[in-house]
Design a protein around this ligand. Sequence first.
Ligand code: AMP
Ligand code: ZN
Length: 474
Amino acid sequence: MQIRLFNALTRKVEDFVPIIPNHVGFYSCGPTVYHYAHLGNLRTMVHNDLLKRMFLANGYDVHHVMNITDVGHLTNEDNDSGEDKMEKGAARDHKSVWDIAKFYLDEFLHDSDDLNIMRPTDMPRATEYIKEQIELIQKLEELGYTYEIPGDGIYYDTSKFADYGALTGGSLSGQRAGARVEYNDAKRNPTDFALWKYSPKDVQRQMEWDSPWGVGFPGWHTECCVMSMKLLGAHFDIHTGGEDLSRVHHTNEIAQSEPIVGKPWVHYWVHFSFLVDKSGDKMSKSKGEFLGMNAVRDRNIDPIVYRYWIVLGHYQSQLAFSFDALESAGTGYNNIVRKVVDLLANPDGEIDENVYNSWHDKILTPVSDNLKTAESLVVFQDLLKDKSVNNATKLALVKFVDDLLGLEFVQHAQKIRELETLTVPDEIQEMAQKRMEAKKSRDFATADELRNQIDSAGWTVMDTPDGYKLVKKQ
Ligand code: AMP
Ligand code: ZN
């Protein structure tokens, strides 16, 4: 099936043409592990996963690389100044940078697993690639793209790169006008950026390395260039990240790579829109208060519902987060699961190949067309309602949708079915019977008391037109 994606480089939805047939190499800017991931970061990670699953469903062999930033990401990205986020996080948590990197990476992976995000093929860390980052800077130095700011570091001279800013459609001057920062006067151009920062004389950094220029640490943008090229080759198909990355981070990655490997370094740039709050502000960690996966778990909302809510939107539109929106997505999700429970209970018939193939393509087409996941869910809902499709075929298609969108419908339905088909212990059965009798004789106090006892024993009694039903609590 023809895959189409919006390419930020051309600002058009384009047919996807892989460098190697049936193979896609893609690189995603990963988390900076100085704090818990917030729901916005995780939205971006879900979109990476949806992109990957779409390629897999189209029969591609996928090589996905996502880095872990554990050094050199400064709080003021525009001006290469401020604190290193890792050092800042370590001071906040009273731990070493190495300890917080491990802690928050584990937390991030836990969140990713709960969102059913497939692990990337490779997850390199910036600190494992210092040698390669130094080599990249040396190559740029040989090619004449660098200069030193004494006492500060080695900088990239953006005026030397004719295409600077192509990703945001801007020229160098456009970037200047768009930037909203106080400038480092010593830079030759406002858009110049640090390749290597010297360790400050008065502060002992926990992470620093020797280099031909002096002890220090690499600028944030170098890591993604070296890790992607080392693992995916000098040229690769797709580079992804949140929409905030295109103006500075990805623009600077291109400026560092194309003088060395030629143009275009990456064929498709895919940017995911922000998760925002009710007033439209980007969810971000720098504001101090932010919502992570724990806020969702604390409300007893299954993390997969957060994924479902993301799938209901489109990656090029911002999503405004609220718990109300999440709760109503939860109702929609449970309605689908309920239908799958019924399919599991009555998997009648044989899979009809023709019917399967036709619905398979109807579901996959919108996702392959620039990841219109919501449209494919609408088709899927139509399938569930269609009485002409037998249950065995429907169930096979639910499994396909689970592979494509990662929503674990079958897994959740199976859990419910296991609970529903458990044999009810005699004493619970007796209590339910007594409650029924109490209700008949209008002794509601006793009926309520019995309901509470049944509840405390881990069962829910539900009234039905034929009497009552007992279901094991999850
Ligand atoms: P960070 O951990 O800050 O390095 O960010 C990890 C990823 O999350 C990057 O691709 C960011 O662009 C992305 N990101 C940051 N904030 C948001 C947000 N509010 N909504 C969606 N993605 C975001
Ligand atoms: Zn990056």
